[in-house]
Design a protein around this ligand. Structure first.
Ligand code: AMP
Ligand code: MG
Length: 398
């Protein structure tokens, strides 16, 4: 039996790229950007008015000029036709390029304006200085500067940035081809008739949801009964995968055939059993074709924890993202230690100052699955009960 930390190291040591692909910008949302980004030009690309107002020569103010003739009106996106002389100004809008012959923008609210003239100094105003209310060309970035240097998730800010840089297609990390085989004689599809001793297949939907949140999908899926022959046949139907996830049948019960069948079909075992709760019976290996095989206990909550703490980190690292780093916060209410193992329990990180509130979960078989949790907290092996306000490590999964 390995600890969770050992299991994570073993899994991450197997990480490999699934390759990259080019997608149109619309297809990049939530995917992992796999190419560095450089500024295609200076940013701002031109001296930009940051206020609606009047652009003029600072030197005119130094010379005591207070009244200015409005030579032109500059809207965002427009360029001046002429130039301004002494005692002249441009009326200018936020986002417009400040022409070369102006070096200061005075806010509209700081002047008196008439039809074709404006006067400064009659109202209380910001103190003047060169480049007031002008974002100077290149003050954020110079053309060629590295903006994104490592893989990152295309969140809304990244999407906006990619658009700014003029990208209409981008290179993203390819997602793994993932297969899911759920097992169990007692497990029935939702919507199908079930006997009083059967239950519905929640693992399929839960794991599909977990994958979709990662902007991934299943390449194939199947459900098989607790029958070694059927299991063996099913494995042969999933040849070209990067990851195979199986659920159920990995413990010590009479119907738990999965580890033996996997080993008989040539999957090399990396570990069996993790000293953690839930998720203890987890089996993990590598197929002869190089696919990672995660055989999880059937218990839905175990599957969820294993996915978040083992499978998602594996996929992230394969795609070039950072490995998970725990954070720590105080626990809202105390918790009893139930076993000598590392225990992960569902919490909701909330409040200001932030705290961790335990979410409802009776046992790892509780169908509520820690409803509304947004993180798993760790109650470490070797520690006693946790008191109210105890600082605990947790992994956020949203
Ligand atoms: P097992 O790991 O096969 O011993 O299953 C552990 C528990 O999880 C049992 O109570 C199973 O009935 C339940 N279980 C197994 N597979 C599923 C599934 N796909 N959906 C919901 N519960 C399941
Ligand atoms: Mg079973």
């Amino acid at each position: 039996m390995v600890s969770y930390w050992e299991a994570l190291e073993i899994v991450l040591a197997q990480a490999r790229s699934f390759g990259t692909e080019e997608v149109i910008l619309d297809g990049a949302f939530g995917r992992v950007l796999a190419e560095p980004m450089r500024a295609d030009r200076d940013y701002p690309p031109f001296p930009r008015a940051t206020m609606d107002g009047y652009a003029l020569h600072h030197a005119d103010l130094e010379r005591g000029i207070r009244q200015f003739r409005i030579a032109e009106v500059l809207l965002a996106g427009s360029q001046p036709v002429g130039r301004i002389g002494s005692g002249e100004c441009y009326k200018i809008m936020t986002g417009a390029a400040v022409p070369e012959d102006a070096d200061l923008v005075i806010r509209r609210e700081d002047v008196e304006e008439w039809k074709e003239r404006m006067e400064v100094g009659v109202k209380e105003a910001e103190p003047w200085r060169p480049y007031l209310n002008i974002a100077r060309q290149g003050e954020d970035l110079r053309a060629g500067d590295l903006v994104i240097g490592k893989p990152c998730r295309c969140d809304p800010a990244i999407m906006g940035l990619l658009a700014t840089l003029g990208k209409s297609t981008v290179t993203v990390a390819r997602g793994p081809r993932i297969g899911l085989i759920t097992t169990g004689n007692e497990v029935v599809k939702p919507g199908e008739p079930l006997s009083p001793v059967q239950i519905r297949n929640s693992n399929f939907w839960m794991l599909l949801g977990a994958l979709r949140r990662e902007h991934l999908d299943l390449s194939g899926s199947a459900h098989v009964g607790d029958d070694p022959e059927q299991l063996m046949g099913m494995l042969e139907r999933f040849p070209d995968l990067d990851i195979l996830i199986m659920t159920g049948g990995v413990s010590a019960g009479d119907a738990d055939h999965v580890p033996r069948v996997l080993e008989e079909s040539g999957v090399r075992r990396l570990f069996h059993k993790i000293a953690m709760r839930p998720g203890k019976p987890t089996w993990c290996g590598v197929s002869p074709e190089g696919a990672m095989v995660f055989a999880l206990p059937g218990n839905p909550f175990s599957c969820l924890v294993n996915f978040a703490l083992l499978i998602a980190p594996y996929i992230h690292v394969c795609q070039g993202l950072e490995r998970p780093v725990p954070m720590a916060l105080p626990l809202h209410s105390g918790r009893k230690k139930r076993s000598p193992l590392d225990e992960f329990f569902p919490v909701r990180m909330e409040g200001a100052p932030a705290m961790l509130t335990q979410m409802p979960l009776n046992s790892s078989g509780d169908i509520r699955l820690g409803l509304q949790a947004n993180a798993f907290a760790l109650h470490p092996a070797g520690s006693g009960d946790l008191g109210e306000g105890a600082e605990v490590k947790f992994y956020s999964f949203v």
